[in-house]
Each structure stands twice: as structure tokens, then as C-alpha cells.
Design a protein around this ligand. Structure first.
Ligand code: ADP
Ligand code: MG
Length: 389
């Protein structure tokens, strides 16, 4: 479904729910990270793109201090009273995301009048494509229109991140909200997680696209795998005498090998290598050098699998299939994306081979993993936008 179709459908749902026309329609996309995994909390770089999947909010004023939110993806609607102090609901409650965003506007003295809203989305929920950021950023974009106050894009992304931290209880990094706010059609976003400096990287060559394969598995992490890796990175930085692994080089790491645990060494080797690969990949994308960009993706996967140890059989199978199809079949590179242990893989593919590649990946993955995957293809899409001001 295109964004315009989704917006029209959401407007119809608003009409059916509230028996009047929506005044405003705002949208924000999900995202996929092309390269730069487990680099964000090491002050490194990430290279995400907005995908052609959106969360849309249609809304209209209701002349009260109440806000009513309906979502096609939620069991029941949410309502809140803007005359009362806002606070998060129970953990896992879907409306925490938009309520946290409203709270961010209120904290800036931008209190909206009451409104009714209907939310719908083509971003799969909990599928690793950041439906949560899409919901926050769509809500923030709506609030900008309602209050007539356009925020600075960085401030807007940080407001949404704070909503996820404080209202949804999820201590996420800055990538998802930045790309959902700042994504641009035909561009990736090279984001420096230390300075928070975003840089749009043109990917204008229409002959390539990104194919996303959801393995539809999520392995439970035992022993706090994520927290453990963060601690290992901090330990490596300490041994190397740097503030974070962003400031370390491969040479420094090799010289310190004898002074650190082998596992810590390998975790650091991934992060230092991945930060370098991410910056290189941005350069190759800019140059439309797809074979080299693709090789960097394969190298990223190998490093995540062997050194960082956050892949799983299902993700490895997808990458294996990509390699077997190879450049002659139109696959230039493939890697796991997201935190790991399941979720999605992303492949750089020739656009004119997409159908054949998708069929083959789906069939071989199902045969080998005994699970049906979900696939879709996207070019770099536009970030948040207002469809009806
Ligand atoms: P991801 O961001 O990878 O999709 P998360 O667990 O971070 O997964 O966020 C998913 C949660 O966000 C859902 O469980 C739900 O609470 C909320 N959410 C996201 N999109 C919507 C939506 N369109 N309607 C209602 N809730 C949503
Ligand atoms: Mg999320």
C-alpha cells in the first residue's frame, strides 16, 4: 500500500469513528539500518534509511481538553485529559508512545487543545523496523501542526527518544527517531552518534534497492546478552585508555591484546571495524560503488556473527542464501540488521532482479529454517511529513 492510499484509508477510518472529516494528517516512516550495528552506544556511526512503510495519524479538534486515540493495531482506544498532569501508563501500554510525545510538547509550553485521532500503520509492530519510532515521530509531526510550532529536527528527534525512554521505558539510542524525522527520498542518513550530527548520503541510482527479510524468529536472550556486550565494550575502552571505542584504532587494539580477555578483544574488534565500515560504506554509496558497499555488508555480518556473537542460525541462513545467489543473481551484499538474535536481514540488490531474488530467498529460507519469512523491498523513502495541514 502506498503512503497516499494509507492516508486515504486512515481518513475514512477517522470519518467512520468520529463522524466528521479529519483536519490534519501526519505520517512518519519505519527504518532499516543498512550498516553500523552495535556502534551507537560506542559513540560510533550508523547508516539507516527510511523505508516505504509508514504510520499515519488523522486527527481533528474536539473542543474539549480530552485527547482520544484510536489505533487499528490496538485492542482499545486511549483517552487522556490535557487538564491533568500526564504520566505513563503500565509498561507495554501502546499509548505510552504518543502520550510521551504530547508530554514533551507540554513540557516546552506547547500544549495542544483536545483532539480525536485515528492511527494506522504499514510498519509491522515489533518486527525490528521501528514501529515505535514511527508512532512517536508521526505523533510529534501531528503536534507540530496542531500547535503551529515546527521544532528543530534534532530537537524533535530527541523529544521522541525521550518519550520512548521515559514513557515506554525503553532506553533506546537516537538512530530510529533521527531517521524517521530526517529521512529523505533517495538518501541514507549517516549519523554520528557522538556529535548527533546527521549527514544525508545520496543513493540516487535507481538500479539498486534494499531487500528486507524478516526471519520471524526472536530468540530469548539468556544472561543479559545486550547489557553484557555493552559492559565488555566499556571494559575494552578502559583498557585502551579511551573514552569510548570510537576513539580506538585497530592498531591500538592489537597492541593491547595481551592485556585483555579474548572475548573482550573480539567485541572491541567488531565495534572498531564496524565504525570504519560504516563510514566507508557511506562513501561507496555516494559513489554508487555497489559491489564494494555490498562487500562491507557481508563483512559486517561476519563480524557480528563471529566477534560480536549476536547472529543466529536463521539470520546466517538468509545471508548464506544471499551469497549463493551472488552478484550474477543480483545480490550485492547481505547482513543481519538490528540488535540480533533474530529479527531482520537486509540485502543490497539489483532492482530488476528483486522478484526472482525474493522468491528464491523465501523458498530456500522456509525450506532450511522451517519458518515462513516476511520479505519486502524498499528504496530510501521520505521522513516524516504532513499530508493534510
Ligand atoms: P518495533 O519498534 O521494532 O516495531 P517495539 O517493541 O519497539 O518494536 O514497538 C512496538 C510497540 O509500539 C507495539 O507493541 C505497540 O505498543 C507500539 N506501537 C507501534 N506502532 C503502533 C500502532 N500503529 N498502533 C498502536 N501501537 C503501536
Ligand atoms: Mg522500537
Amino acid at each position: 500500500m502506498t503512503l497516499n492510499e494509507l492516508a486515504r484509508q486512515t481518513a475514512v477510518q477517522f470519518q467512520q469513528t468520529f463522524h466528521r472529516e479529519p483536519h490534519w494528517i501526519a505520517a512518519a516512516p519505519g527504518r532499516v539500518n543498512v550498516i553500523g550495528e552495535h556502534t551507537d552506544y560506542n559513540d560510533g556511526f550508523v547508516l539507516p534509511m527510511a523505508i516505504d512503510r509508514y504510520t499515519v495519524i488523522a486527527a481533528a479538534p474536539n473542543g474539549s481538553s480530552q485527547v482520544t486515540l484510536h489505533s487499528g493495531a490496538a485492542q482499545s482506544p486511549a483517552s487522556l485529559d490535557l487538564a491533568q498532569p500526564l504520566k505513563p501508563g503500565p509498561k507495554g501500554y501502546w499509548a505510552n508512545y504518543p502520550v510521551g510525545v504530547i508530554a514533551g510538547f507540554v513540557a516546552r509550553g506547547l500544549k495542544p487543545a483536545g483532539f480525536d485521532a485515528v492511527i494506522s500503520s504499514t510498519v509491522p509492530l515489533g518486527g525490528g523496523l521501528s514501529s515505535s519510532a514511527a508512532l512517536e515521530v508521526a505523533a510529534a509531526t501531528l503536534l507540530e501542526v496542531i500547535t503551529g510550532q515546527k521544532l528543530d529536527p534534532v530537537e524533535k528527534a530527541l523529544l521522541c527518544q525521550k518519550a520512548e525512554h521515559d514513557y515506554a521505558g525503553m532506553p533506546c539510542g537516537i538512530m530510529d527517531q533521527f531517521i524517521s524525522v530526517m529521512g529523505k527520498e533517495n538518501h541514507l542518513l549517516l549519523l554520528d552518534c557522538r556529535s548527533r550530527q546527521p549527514e544525508l548520503v545520496p543513493m540516487t541510482d535507481p538500479s539498486v534497492a534494499l531487500l528486507i527479510t524478516n526471519t520471524n524468529v526472536k530468540h530469548e536472550l539468556t544472561g543479559g546478552g545486550y547489557a553484557q556486550r555493552r559492559a565488555q565494550c566499556e571494559q575494552a575502552a578502559k583498557t585502551l585508555g579511551v573514552r569510548s571505542l570510537r576513539d580506538a584504532t585497530e592498531d591500538m587494539l592489537l597492541q593491547a591484546r595481551g592485556r585483555m580477555d579474548e572475548t573482550v578483544f573480539r567485541r572491541a574488534r567488531h565495534v572498531i571495524g564496524e565504525i570504519k565500515r560504516t563510514v566507508l560504506a557511506a562513501r561507496e554509496v555516494r559513489a554508487s560503488n555497489w559491489p564494494v558497499a555490498g562487500q562491507l555488508m557481508y563483512a559486517s555480518h561476519a563480524s557480528l556473527r563471529d566477534d560480536y556473537q549476536v547472529s543466529c542460525d536463521e539470520l546466517d541462513v538468509v545471508v548464506d542464501i544471499g551469497r549463493a545467489i551472488g552478484p550474477q543473481g543480483g545480490v550485492l551484499g547481505c547482513r543481519m540488521t538490528g540488535g540480533g538474535f533474530g529479527g531482520c536481514a537486509v540485502a543490497l540488490v539489483r532492482a530488476d532482479h528483486v522478484d526472482a531474488i525474493s522468491k528464491r530467498v523465501a523458498a530456500e529460507y522456509e525450506q532450511r529454517a522451517k519458518i515462513k519469512p516476511t520479505l519486502f523491498v524498499s528504496r530510501p523513502a521520505a521522513g516524516a511529513l504532513v499530508l493534510k495541514p
